[in-house]
Design a protein around this ligand. Structure first.
Ligand SMILES: NC(=O)CC[C@H](N)C(=O)O
Length: 487
């Protein structure tokens, strides 16, 4: 057991059994007990329910096994093992500050944002940050002014399991109501702690995202699964599992009418639109938007789990929308991949994808708040990407490129196309920050509003983009990579 876990387990056990008085606990952990963010040791400091001392093991289909201790639900699961490079520390302070300014959501640790993101459905999430759960978990209730939407990214934990080096047995945050262990247990999600997450991450980085099995309790002693027994979520239409079943409306009095095609949308996408006073109609993933499109001033395509090619019918419908409809369209992550496929680009599965809140991207075009030539730090969670190609389809250009691996981070309709369409692989809405690209929501909603004004007459549509890379040049791929590397 890692030393930090041992110390905390002993401290927490003593506190629960009453062997530490409040006086001695304050002197044993003076800095934690006195933080301003923690109103009292009783409400904020100690985890009242500790994980049982059960063993756990993470098996990989490639043959490796990692032994540790269980927390969360006492249940064994299969999933796709992926790693996230989110760092725990900055978010808490940042969100407290932003919440005061914008009355927006709170989400005290990146684990809660990632774990409630429906795009993680079917995945076993390995955190490279060594200690996870320090801020606990807040009440996932709607905040004032935003009925329906939870504080976190969805109503519950979406990933299948979590892997951490050292699960925090104590949490301390003004908004926390339970520990990571209790929260996972409530949602039937098992966790493993006390494993070498650096070794697991190195493995995943080298061989790519790998199918895994997380065994808890008695299952630890069961024989390893055969290759055929591993479950592969990427073979399924996961979007159908997380998308809304029925349409619903948010902010009915908003002044611009936006349809949000829900592939498993993070709540902060809807929040970000509502905050800009859009009336948002959330539609199921397979809804025939073309039948109702004239009612709307703009279309938003959300993030979502799995392979974009699992919903080619939707791609076909979006292609028709792009060809026949001239209002603004914005897609994020899965939404961007669907737009790209509809535009005629290729999508491929990356080796280990990009997951974390610290991915630098370079803008290749200026549009609204985005300036060509600038690097923006972004939050990401994806396994698939659009292929960077010499011959971008007519009317389209690369918008952003990843500075680490030169993968396509965004596409944009060219000024000559007469369209106003943007797709980004990263998450501008990222609830945990960074918020470098959050104003893309303002750009989109303003563009929709400009369309409404133009249709009423008299208002000139916003001229949106200018391109830095000439997408018709003979070596667009080389040019884009050169610029990304020099950034
Ligand atoms: N966050 C997302 O929308 C992810 C899109 C897609 N499921 C991928 O893994 O690439």
């Amino acid at each position: 057991m890692p030393y930090a876990t041992q110390v905390l387990r002993t401290l927490a056990k003593s506190a629960v059994s009453g062997s530490l008085t409040s006086k001695t606990s304050a002197s044993a952990v003076p800095r934690l007990a006195r933080t301003l963010a923690t109103p009292s040791a009783a409400s904020g400091l100690f985890t009242p329910v500790l994980p049982p001392n059960d063993p756990a093991v993470l098996h990989m289909i490639s043959g490796q096994s990692y032994n540790g201790q269980a927390f969360g639900a006492k249940r064994s699961i299969y999933g796709e093992t992926v790693f996230s490079t989110s760092i725990t520390s900055c978010k808490c302070r940042r969100w407290w500050f932003i919440r005061k300014r914008l009355a927006t959501n709170i989400s005290p640790a990146p684990d809660t944002e990632s774990m409630t993101d429906p795009s993680y459905l079917g995945q076993i999430l390995v955190f490279t940050s060594p200690m996870i759960g320090n801020y606990g978990v807040p009440k996932n209730k709607p905040i004032e002014g935003m009925p329906i939407l939870p504080v976190l990214e969805s109503g519950g934990v979406q990933c299948s399991g979590v892997v951490v080096s050292d699960v925090a047995l104590q949490y301390s945050h003004h908004a926390a109501v339970e520990s990571l262990h209790e929260w996972c247990a409530r949602y039937g999600v098992p966790g493993i702690s006390g494993v070498d997450t650096r070794a697991i991450t190195t493995l995943l980085r080298d061989q790519g995202t790998t199918l895994g099995r997380l065994c808890v309790g008695d299952d630890v002693n069961a024989p390893r699964p055969t290759k055929e027994e591993y479950y592969d979520p990427s073979k399924e239409n996961l979007i159908a599992k997380v998308s809304t079943k029925e349409p619903y409306v948010l902010n009915p009095d908003g002044d611009v009418n936006i349809a949000l095609l829900d592939f498993g949308s993070k709540a902060n996408i809807a929040r970000s639109l509502v905050k800009r006073n859009a009336r948002v109609t959330v539609l199921p993933w397979d809804y025939d938007f073309n039948a109702v499109r004239d009612q709307y001033d703009g279309l938003f395509l959300s993030n979502g789990p799995g392979d974009p090619k699992s919903i080619m019918d939707t791609v076909q419908r979006v292609r028709q929308t792009i060809q026949e409809w001239n209002k603004p369209i914005f897609g994020i992550c899965m939404g961007h991949q669907i737009l790209g496929l509809a535009a005629g680009l290729e999508a491929y599965r990356m080796t280990f994808g990009n997951r974390g809140h610290n991915q630098p991207v370079l803008a290749l075009a200026s549009s609204g708040s985005i300036k060509a030539g600038r690097v923006y730090v972004t939050s990401q969670n994806h396994q698939y990407a659009l292929k960077l190609t010499e011959d971008f389809p007519e009317g389209w250009a690369p918008f952003f490129i990843n500075c680490n691996d030169s993968s396509v981070e965004g596409i944009i309709s060219t000024p000559e196309s007469g369209k106003r369409i943007w797709g980004v692989q990263f998450h501008p809405e990222s609830a945990g920050g960074p918020l470098d690209t959050i104003e893309m929501f303002t750009d989109f909603v303003d563009e929709c509003r400009a369309g409404v004004a133009a249709r009423k007459g008299g208002y000139q549509l916003g001229a949106t983009s200018s391109l830095m890379i000439n997408h018709t040049s003979p070596n667009v791929v080389e040019e884009v990579k050169r610029v990304a590397v020099s950034a």
